[in-house]
Design a protein around this ligand. Structure first.
Ligand code: SF4
Length: 176
């Protein structure tokens, strides 16, 4: 099974080399090739996105606003509900070391996920998005900014929006 992972960046840890649209172009090309003649190859992201498009639960964090269903343990003992929360700047929490801050925030997030049945709060900016049912706002760590916490669309919103819009169009054409 294949999966595609966006780089670990957000509104605080920006990527100077990021060219908006490049990831969408790649995903669209790959999706079209896969959808047209290679669906025997399992692609986790595509399967999860299609499930979300049909109103089914996503099995993948970052798609359909599914919560991460893993806990990772870093070599320094940090416990995280994903493995890339280190890109969020919790070191600004007064008196709390960066890694401990991340662990606390992650555990808090994990608790919230459990109490909300495995879903996460969606950014207000995502709630009127035409592909919000598929995307769900993207990976939690990609949403982070110091000023608004996780209440942002994904740092990769532009690419996600383009890709999921394309995916939905292909699905509609296929079942028409
Ligand atoms: S595409 Fe952008 S606005 Fe739409 S749900 Fe995803 S992150 Fe939010």
């Amino acid at each position: 099974m294949l999966g595609f992972i966006f780089p670990a960046h957000n509104y605080e840890k920006t990527d100077a080399g990021y060219k908006q649209g490049a990831y969408a172009d790649f995903l669209i090309s790959f999706f079209d090739a896969w959808f047209d003649s290679h669906t025997d190859l399992r692609v986790h992201n595509f399967e999860a996105a299609i499930a979300s498009a049909f109103g089914k639960p996503s099995s993948l964090a970052g798609i359909g606003n599914a919560a991460a269903d893993i806990i990772s343990f870093a070599p320094d003992g940090t416990v995280e509900s994903g493995d890339s929360y280190g890109i969020c700047e919790y070191e600004r929490l007064e008196g709390i070391s960066p890694r401990v801050g991340i662990a606390l925030a992650s555990l808090s997030n994990y608790s919230q996920q459990q109490s909300t049945g495995g879903t996460l709060p969606t950014s207000a900016a995502c709630q009127c998005c035409s592909v919000a049912d598929i995307c769900g706002g993207g990976l939690l760590e990609h949403r982070y900014s110091v000023s608004r916490g996780f209440d942002n669309p994904s740092y990769y919103c532009h690419d996600l929006s383009r890709f999921y819009t394309h995916l939905r169009t292909r699905l509609r054409e296929a079942i028409a």
